[in-house]
Design a protein around this ligand. Structure first.
Ligand code: BGC
Length: 722
């Protein structure tokens, strides 16, 4: 695999321990956790089982030390035994500073995780995780609430921008590498939200229904792979129910799958406000987060008062309390929180380079009828909409990062705490730098007629279209808000030489798609997003992102055309039936023979690639090799993808492998990929993975919809794993 193009940054990584040393560190973490726990008093044990949001009231009450700055949570340590306090911060897209509660404390704001997914570059994911880990440690945090990785099942889910992909392999690899990068900096990372937090509408009362085997093959497989790769110190359980049981009190998932089948050794922390009973401790929950948010009818915090009472009454075995404590301690020791060393010195320019590189590699060119890259020379260019004169859009909720210098703008859009936040990386300013001879004029796009008039007298129009997404909300449909679809139509009718740049946290419908010359999917592109967009438009950088999610042509093609719970008052019970099971995204489209607008894995470049010499072998799993050649005239990156397309006579489509390769014109690379056998298997009701024997059809292609080369091989029937 090719490394990220971030040059010397990679030197800042702490070297990963060799396998034998890592194993020894883990074994010693187990021993130390047991020994420390055995020396604790019950008061000390219970003090570890919850964390508190460090508000002024908690400080006044003496529950949180006065000098602890505000963040997502604080958990007391046991100084007598050298157990450090836990200082938790949100960090999916960078270290957050909610409500500017730590005045002026800014951090590097990364692009949406979907953009990271679109890079198909695990080394860059690791670098991003390391960058956030370093910044967190420099600010005194030691637990990152990172690793957002629910599978994208619904293109209206308001939190998809915090997630990686619809595909378990891509999601598991990228999230796992990000966690690994963070923890190599001596900071614990979570993976979250376990599991099936795939819609935000009434997320606290939503019951996610899924076939348990299909769950193992989809969202749970993604978590399983990420946990194997990244060894996260903690797993955060989600708000929703899964098959009738709240995720944080779901013994089947927590004790059965996570700690049972997978033998996960870290601790399970709840999402903030996701605990509804002390008895969740008996179902596998180890720590209550932000305990003030979860209370019984007498106002007592579940894992503070009621759990202690239940223990005193003999309802909770002492061993279970010891296990909860040891799991927390084990992760503290395994990641090295007790020996933090000097705080790293932060190089904000180097960290900006990571954000920039993700935006460069994660921006996806969807359409190009010759308009891009922009021709050089003195020309009149109309830039329209999207607040492109000030910056780029970012997503809303607990993941929002305050960038260096603060936001370019915060525009309230209705619901009290919902604002459109713009990061100060102006595409207009960046385009001006790269196209000094062109005359650029900006129009807000507020009035389609004004925008069209400007487009008419320009040689070219670049329209920036945005759609805000926010935690706790879903979008009702796939449209662009605030009349932008009509505005784009008006501009495209006035000037056929129109390019659209989408800053969205989800796929959107493109009713104007046939009338514009080029479409660039920039997601929420992070604090260097304006620069990356301008570089790609101007041709300084070759676009190389590939879609980590399917773009539907119509919501009717997706498994749930009606949004679960749409329009119901907050707190209404909602049932979301994920009957597509593991046929998520491109798999669903293949099973239903539906043509998407743009398929999973798709993305254009300014050069071209060809595949040859496919060789496939079978047995217990599939190994394939293929030669990729850059057949164009520019350097560029390709992502050859290996797919299963038929399994023992059944049409089954699965991504089996991928590799990002950077090639000069005329250059070839031989790429070899071996499939994780779970991707070829079904999760059998007997509780094991099962590969049915027979012929398997394998394809290599540039996306899920167009196999370039196809071969067949035989797999041996067998059961494995659990
Ligand atoms: C979110 C989590 C986040 C937590 C702490 C919750 O509302 O779902 O992702 O880590 O808040 O801020």
């Amino acid at each position: 695999m090719n490394g990220p193009r971030v040059g010397p940054l990679i030197l800042l990584l702490t070297l990963h321990l060799p396998a034998h040393e890592a194993a020894a560190q883990d074994a010693s973490a187990d021993v130390r956790a047991r020994e420390t726990e055995q020396r604790m008093t019950d008061d000390e044990r219970f003090s570890l089982l919850y964390t508190l949001v460090p508000r002024a009231s908690e400080k006044r009450e003496g529950r949180v030390p006065a000098d602890i700055p505000y963040s997502a949570a604080y958990g007391s340590g046991v100084p007598r035994l050298g157990v450090p306090a836990l200082r938790l911060t949100d960090a999916s897209l960078g270290v957050t500073n909610p409500g500017n509660a730590r005045p002026g404390d800014t951090a590097t704001a990364l692009p949406a995780s979907l953009a990271l997914g679109a890079t198909f570059n695990p080394a860059l994911a690791r670098e991003a995780g390391a960058m956030v880990g370093r910044e967190a440690r420099a600010k005194g945090f030691n637990v990152l609430l990172g690793g957002g990785m629910d599978l994208v099942r619904d293109p209206r889910n308001g939190r998809n921008f915090e997630y990686v992909s619809e595909d378990p392999l891509l999601c598991g690899v990228m999230a796992g590498e990000a966690v690994r990068g963070t923890q190599e900096q001596g900071v614990i990372s979570t993976v979250k939200h376990f599991s099936l937090n795939a819609n935000e509408t009434n997320r606290n009362t939503l019951d996610a229904i899924i076939d348990p085997g299909a769950h193992r093959e989809s969202d749970l497989l993604a978590f399983e792979m990420a946990i194997e790769r990244g060894q996260p110190g903690s797993v955060m359980c989600s708000y929703n129910k899964v098959n009738g049981e709240y995720a944080c009190g779901n013994g089947t998932l927590l004790d059965g799958v996570l700690k049972g089948a997978w033998d996960y050794k870290g601790w399970v922390m709840s999402d903030w406000g996701a605990v509804h009973d002390w008895s969740y401790a008996l179902d596998g929950l180890d720590q209550e987060s932000g305990a003030q948010f979860d209370r019984d009818m007498n106002g007592a915090e579940w894992f503070v008062g009621p759990l202690r009472t239940a223990y005193a009454e003999g309802k909770v075995p002492k061993q279970r309390i010891a296990d909860m404590v040891r799991r927390i301690l084990r992760s503290i020791y395994a990641v090295g929180l007790d020996k933090p060393g000097p705080a790293p010195v932060i190089d904000m320019a180097a960290d900006n380079a990571v954000a920039l590189e993700i935006a460069r590699q994660g921006t996806v060119l969807l359409k190009n009828d010759g308009a891009l890259p922009l021709a050089s020379g003195a020309r009149h260019i109309a830039v329209i909409g999207g607040q492109a004169q000030i910056g780029v859009l970012t997503g809303g909720g607990s993941s929002t990062v305050t960038p260096p210098g603060g936001f370019a703008a915060k525009i309230p859009i209705g619901v009290e705490f919902r604002t459109e936040d713009f990061l100060p990386s102006s595409p207009v300013a960046e385009l001006r730098k790269l196209l000094p001879d062109a005359a650029l004029s900006y129009d807000s796009g507020a009035f389609p007629a004004d925008a069209a008039a400007l487009a008419r007298r320009s040689d070219l129009a670049i329209v920036f279209a945005t759609r805000h997404e926010n935690e706790a909300f879903d979008s009702p449909d796939l449209s662009l808000p605030f009349g932008q679809d009509a505005m784009i139509e008006a501009v495209a009718s006035a000037n056929p030489n129109t390019v659209v740049v989408l800053e969205t946290g989800n796929p959107v419908a493109m009713p104007w798609g046939g009338r514009v010359k080029a479409i660039l999917q920039a997601w929420f592109p992070g604090q260097a997003g304006g620069q990356a967009i301008a570089e790609i438009l101007a041709g300084k950088v070759d676009p190389s992102g590939r879609l980590p999610v399917t773009f539907p042509a119509d919501i009717a093609q997706t498994p749930r055309p009606d949004l679960p719970g749409f329009g119901t008052p907050p707190g209404s019970p909602v049932t979301a039936r994920y009957d597509e099971g593991s046929e998520v995204g491109y798999r669903w489209f293949a099973a239903k023979d539906e043509k998407p607008l743009y398929p999973f894995g798709y993305g254009l470049t300014y050069t071209s690639f060809s595949y040859g010499a496919l060789e496939v072998s079978g047995g217990d799993t599939v190994t394939a090799s293929v030669t990729v050649t850059n057949t164009g005239t520019r350097a560029g990156a390709d992502v050859p993808q290996l797919y299963l397309t038929e399994a023992a006579g059944d049409r089954v489509v699965r991504l089996l492998g991928f590799e990002r390769v950077e090639l000069r014109p005329g250059e070839s690379r031989h790429v070899s990929m071996t499939a994780d056998p779970r991707l070829l298997a079904r999760f059998d009701p007997s509780g094991r993975w099962h590969i049915a024997g027979g012929r398997y059809r394998i394809a290599v292609g540039a996306n899920a919809d167009s196999p370039a080369l196809v071969a067949e091989t035989d797999l041996t029937p067998h059961f494995f794993g659990r």
